[in-house]
Design a protein around this ligand. Sequence first.
Ligand code: MN
Ligand code: MN
Length: 475
Amino acid sequence: MNKTQLKKIKKTILKKETLVFDQLVKKQKEESFKFCENYKDFLNQSKTERKAAGQIVQAAEAEGFVDINTLATKKSKTIKKVYKAFQGRCVALAILGKHGLVTGANIIASHIDSPRLDLKQNPVYEDLSMGLMKTHYYGGIRKYHWLAVPLALHGTIIKANNETIDITIGEDPEDPVFTVTDLLPHLAGKTQADKKISDVFEGEKLNLIAGSLPLGSDEEKGRFKLGVLNLLNKNYGIVEEDFVSAEIEAVPAEKARDIGFDRSMIGSYGQDDRVCAYTSLKAILNTRSPDRTAIALFFDKEEIGSEGSSGAKSNFLEDFMSDLLFIGGENTDNRALRKALINSSCLSADVNAAMDPDFKEVHEAMNAAKLGFGICMTKFTGVGGKSGSSDASAEFVGKIRQIFNKNNIVWQTGELGKIDQGGGGTVAKFLAKFGMNVLDCGPAILSMHSPFEVSSKADVYMTYLGYKAFYSDND
Ligand code: MN
Ligand code: MN
């Protein structure tokens, strides 16, 4: 066999890995960078699930999407683009297709909640000469990430008279911020050096410094706590009991930034999973009259197991689908709904872990995702022998692969770490229970669940193009 023949055989039968930046021509590269400028704005405006839901609804309305709840009493043949927001924390968008919904929809499901520190229901106290606030962390965090960094507060408070107060403190450069203190290295030795990392950082020590100006003279007991509460009362009209009916989240105050001399990457809090929320949002907003109904779902509570009324385990999708059947003038009985669900195809839009140059040992190089190599298909997730994974079928992975290849989407595959190294899950299995085909599909990022997650602009852009191609697929 001569060299030319060998080269031809290699080219034909070996799987190729493509770096997105190798494939993008200059104009596309510029476009990908431009796309990410708006993405960074979205991240900065969407630090909590409520803020993200608000941004999504606003963007949808600007593109002519109509609140489906306002159509609930009449069938409207002319309205094709609708949305539903639920409890202010999860959202669904749809563009009705030319075919009936009963033949199935193309669904992309992401989540808009991210790990953070929630204020407890009785948060304010004082110690030494400071007012402090107790937190309970939400989702999988590495606790030391949250020490000695500036934190912003976002929250919704329901007062005793049922009035709603929304607060955002720490996002404006003029605002004050909050912080959890850390132990100085000089004194950390005896307390921390010989301990396991899980014992060193305790959840009960993730307390926010909230003030140090006392109210009243030094005979006054609790005057630092009172100082904090008094300011909250003056500025927002709230009293201590109001924290009971409040959701206040402490999140990194930093804004999304470009990373690297070449600005090819983005560093930001909350990219898991607002990178998929943003790219699927842009994909559906830029989809024109699809054959199959296009649906984008933005769930809450993924980071704590998709529980609750706004999580993927809830009836939100079924409720939205039956509304879609109704406004589309289709049969709305239970059988039609079940058929619409079982005939649907779904991309579970979530991030995977990109191989980290400093922690290669937790990955299996042949099957790990890499930064910059495009949208990542994750056939299965799970822990200890795929346990807890819905494991996409060969047929459905084949279909998505064909869509991507047909549309020049740069894709890769990824497995979340080595076998028995750990693992994780997504919303995939909660949608697969309806019988629909589901595949996990999204970009791979570094430093996942940290306050400064890293994505590649090339992957973000390719994810958007991939999602758009999926919505536009007509088979
Ligand atoms: Mn996620
Ligand atoms: Mn996550």
